[in-house]
Design a protein around this ligand. Structure first.
Ligand code: AMP
Ligand code: MG
Length: 404
């Protein structure tokens, strides 16, 4: 049976970034740039003042010598005339520095008398001046392809005049839930029925990770119903099912995929939970059959589907981020398969502490309550002790001061 490392490699080798599209800048947050961005102009466009104050030529100033104020330069209303030796200009932050000036003193360091100013402190040439193109110059590489756009990058692109940007689109992920026992959220489960909770778990997580989710409803464990609902997902960028991929009498998802031209890449990985995970392609579309038990669905989504989603979205490193943490409890080793334990994180001075969930049962949604991370424990690993440093796959940082 494949190891996790072998299986995730196959997933990433078989998934490529979606073709670039152009998006209005304000709709590009969280998306990944598909092309490098090169500055079309200089920023700032001219030398300008970094303070509210007075501008003049440094070499026209001497201690105790008053300067005559001959004009004003405001942001958006530059002074057009040049300033002669011995004169100064009242200037506000962001206003272009008039010709003839190279130095700014702040208002609070100046004594004003009629039309003359005297400096109360010394000054240095070029002080409080922001120079043309000091932030970036026309032709500079501003952002590389593969950069994920967050507020800082959006602000930079706006300053540089990019109203539209080339990005990889948010992948559309179609989710089909399978099982005769399932009812939709909002319906009262009858005898033997349960709510289709996996759809909501998967949707929430995939949206957090940048997907646009297309729910395909619940397919009965029935050939015709499975086929019809699967067909509706074939246009998505990634197709995902939950349930019906194990070896039970009613597990028909793999056969249903097969009727739609599925090329199987792997079925079953030596991990716990999530062993029966199925992966392949229909044409170029990556397709996952995730096992139905909620904690298995969630683990396989985290371990395989989110990296595939991030690859489609163009992220340079699609694998889960890793974080070194300390265990608050011992963890039993010696398992036959590599196991992944859900757990919570707490921020402590000197790092984070990881507490494994006390319900690791794959059938339970409660294993995931408060879970921020997955701890991989290698097959045959020795027992791990309280306080030991381990590396977890990070889903998110825990809530706490400064984290929201
Ligand atoms: P299966 O893989 O179809 O045999 O399902 C394994 C277990 O997961 C069974 O107990 C199912 O009832 C449960 N299950 C399957 N699909 C879902 C779902 N969408 N929501 C909640 N539980 C599910
Ligand atoms: Mg089932």
């Amino acid at each position: 049976m494949l190891s996790y490392d072998e299986a995730i490699k196959l997933v990433l080798d078989n998934t490529s970034p979606l073709p670039a599209i152009e998006k209005p800048l304000d709709e590009a947050g969280g998306l990944v740039l598909a092309e490098p961005i090169v500055a079309r102009w200089d920023m700032p466009p001219t030398d300008n003042s970094a303070m509210d104050g007075f501008a003049f030529a440094f070499n026209s100033w001497a201690p105790d010598k008053p300067l005559l104020v001959v004009g004003r330069s405001y942001a958006g209303h530059p002074l057009k005339e040049s300033v002669t030796t011995g004169s100064a200009v009242r200037i506000m932050t962001g206003a272009p520095l008039p010709d003839g000036c190279d130095t700014v003193v702040p208002l609070e360091d100046v004594e004003e008398n009629d039309d003359a100013i005297r400096l109360q402190k010394g000054c240095k040439p070029l002080q409080h001046v922001r120079f043309a193109a000091e932030e970036f110059q026309q032709g500079d590489l501003l952002l590389q392809a593969g950069t994920c756009l967050h507020a800082g990058e959006i602000g930079l692109l706006a300053a540089a005049g990019f109203a539209r940007v080339p990005v990889h689109p948010a992948p559309r992920v179609a989710i089909l839930s399978t099982g005769d026992e399932l009812v939709e959220l909002g319906q009262q489960p009858g005898p033997g029925q349960i709510v289709n909770s996996n759809l909501h778990l998967l949707s929430a997580r995939l949206r957090e990770a940048g997907a646009e989710v297309i729910p395909l409803g619940i397919a009965l464990d029935d050939e015709a119903d499975l086929d019809q609902r699967l067909r509706a997902g074939l246009q998505a960028d990634l197709l995902l099912t939950s349930g019906g991929v194990s070896v039970g009498d009613k597990d028909q998802v793999q056969d249903a995929f097969g009727r739609h031209g599925f090329e199987k890449i792997f079925w079953k990985v030596a991990i716990k939970p999530g062993k029966p995970v199925l992966f392949g392609k229909i044409g170029s579309q990556p397709v996952f059959g995730l096992p139905g038990n909620p904690a298995s669905t969630a683990a396989t989504c985290e371990l395989f589907t989110i990296p595939a989603l991030r690859r489609l979205a163009g992220h340079k490193d699609p694998l889960p981020p890793r974080l070194k943490v300390h265990l608050t409890e011992p963890v039993k080793g010696g398992a036959k398969r590599q196991s992944f334990l859900w757990g919570s994180l707490k921020s402590e001075t000197g790092g984070y502490q990881f507490t494994p969930s006390n319900r690791q049962g794959s059938g339970q949604n409660r294993s995931l309550q408060g879970a921020c991370a997955l701890l991989p424990v290698a097959a045959g690993s020795p027992d791990l002790e309280t306080g030991e440093e381990v590396e977890v796959f990070l889903m998110r940082l825990p809530q706490g001061p400064g984290v929201y």
